[in-house]
Design a protein around this ligand. Structure first.
Ligand code: NAP
Length: 222
């Protein structure tokens, strides 16, 4: 039975990943930082683990919580958005919150989780954003968020070299109707996750170093 870990699964894309992978028959472990989030995960039949990715002490307990596991798939989904552009300097608080959640959390998670993914010769997929593409940046809208996702892409692609038996790749979920994407986004959370599941299932070692759209297209530039 496929074993899947989903990091940041209290709502939105992460919770939908729990729903769809559980329905597919996978054994799902999923994390949240609130009681409410943990309850939503267990209600879907998955095992819930408490984790705040922006708190290094909390993240340092992850390897212990996962001791002995072999993971066919790990998904890093947790993320926060910051709206302002380059005409307003980011506050230190906003910058730290965004970078700690989107980048530091992933960088602290990878060394703990990637060895468990290697055990199963599995995949470690990180949910990034097209807004992190330097080549496709058409405005500064979401400036700090863009910077964080560009940094996240580098973290993932660089880490691949240390975990050759696993596949580490970034994927953009599309513009999705969640709390973050808002009600006017172009696709539903069900569509986004269904498309990403298909794309992830088709990824092979020859895809190392690529940057994926949810529907399997590859970004032409970073
Ligand atoms: N929606 C879009 O259009 C879109 C587009 C491109 C990329 N993305 C990316 O997709 C991912 C999921 O986004 P979403 O749309 O599902 O957003 P969302 O509905 O706002 O959900 C964000 C998730 O991240 C979790 N999270 C935030 N900070 C955390 C922390 N410190 N520790 C643990 N979990 C934390 C939240 O948990 P809490 O409930 O505890 O806050 C929640 O589960 C993010 O990485 C986002 O950048 C989304």
């Amino acid at each position: 039975m496929m074993k899947v870990l989903i990091i940041g699964a209290s709502r939105g894309i992460g919770l939908e990943c729990v729903r769809q992978y559980t329905r597919e028959g996978a054994q799902v472990l999923a994390t949240a930082r609130s009681d409410e989030g943990l309850h939503k995960i267990t209600a879907l039949g998955a095992k819930a683990l408490r984790l705040d990715v922006a708190d290094p002490q909390s993240v340092s307990g992850l390897a212990w919580m996962l001791e002995g596991e072999k993971l066919d798939l790990a998904l890093y989904v947790a993320g926060v958005y910051t709206q302002s552009g380059a005409t307003t300097p980011p506050t230190r608080e906003e910058f730290d919150r965004t970078m700690h959640t989107n980048v530091l959390g992933a960088m602290q998670t990878i060394p703990q989780v990637a060895p468990l993914v290697e055990e199963a010769q599995g995949k470690f997929i990180v949910i990034t954003s097209g807004m992190g593409s330097i080549g496709e940046a058409e405005s500064s809208f979401g400036w700090t968020y863009r910077v964080s996702k560009a940094a996240l892409n580098m973290a993932v692609i660089a880490a691949q070299h240390d975990y050759p038996k696993a596949l580490l790749l970034p994927i953009c979920p599309g513009w999705v109707r969640t709390d973050m994407g808002g009600p006017h986004a172009s696709i539903s959370v069900e569509e986004s996750v269904a498309a990403m599941r298909k794309t992830i299932a088709a990824m092979t070692a020859k895809d190392k170093g690529k940057y994926f759209h949810h529907d399997g297209r590859v970004y032409s530039s970073w």
